[in-house]
Design a protein around this ligand. Structure first.
Ligand SMILES: [Fe+2]
Ligand SMILES: [Fe+2]
Length: 213
């Protein structure tokens, strides 16, 4: 009885701890940084700023992924769905740490608006999760497919000499494709047409802002 009463509070505290860790950049990767063995190439100032802008966008994307999945998990009905969401969020922690590492190497900083990105994405995650577990998984699948396509476009846009950023994005892309496939296999439902379009619009807005801020 007592245990049940504390459970929502425990969950809230765990979510708050995750939010702080994510926003403050305290997350540590469990897997090795995929760029670790590549030599660092000097980039001129224009290329450095461009690479940093792109990697800041990717870092924000991972902040949003964490927040979405943690928000969705907070209201997931089926414990198996909740566990799958939290497992996906854990893998996103590696992406978050790798992007933060690369931003530091590029002598730049994460987005100043990370608390805002986190809060907004958490709210969207909770809303999606409240629609039920089929929606929850559908939302994961759609997010991951959109991120996969986005990473392809960043792989094209990165300065040719920036092999280290490219190695990180390649590894992330492989993970995101697997996250999408897992969600589809677990029973993701296809989201109605306006939802993917709205998600894409929101991410375009985020990308335009996070490239600079
Ligand atoms: Fe990711
Ligand atoms: Fe993912």
């Amino acid at each position: 009885m007592t245990e049940r009463r504390y459970r929502p509070l425990d969950r809230l505290l765990i979510d708050a701890q995750n939010a702080l860790g994510t926003v403050l950049g305290a997350s540590a990767a469990e897997r090795r940084n995929p760029s670790a063995d590549l030599p660092g190439t000097a980039l001129d100032e224009v290329a450095r700023r461009h690479a940093a802008g792109l990697m800041r966008v990717n870092h924000v994307g991972e902040v949003c992924a964490q927040a979405l999945y943690v928000g969705q998990a907070a209201v997931a009905r089926d414990p198996a769905t909740r566990d799958a969401l939290l497992e996906a969020a854990r893998e996103e922690t590696d992406h978050l740490a790798w992007c933060a590492d690369r931003l530091r190497e590029l002598d730049d900083r994460p987005s100043l608006l990370n608390p805002l990105w986190y809060a907004g994405s958490y709210a969207i995650g909770v809303l999606a999760g409240l629609r039920g577990d089929g929606w929850n998984l559908g939302f994961v699948a759609e997010t991951e497919r959109q991120v996969e396509a986005h990473l392809d476009s960043h792989l094209d846009q990165l300065p040719a000499a920036d092999a280290r950023s490219r190695a990180i994005l390649e590894a992330m892309k492989a993970d995101e494709a697997r996250h999408a496939a897992n969600a589809e296999a677990a029973g993701a439902r296809t989201l109605p047409a306006p939802v993917p379009a709205m998600m894409s619009l929101a991410s375009r807005l985020m990308k335009a802002v996070a490239y600079r801020l």
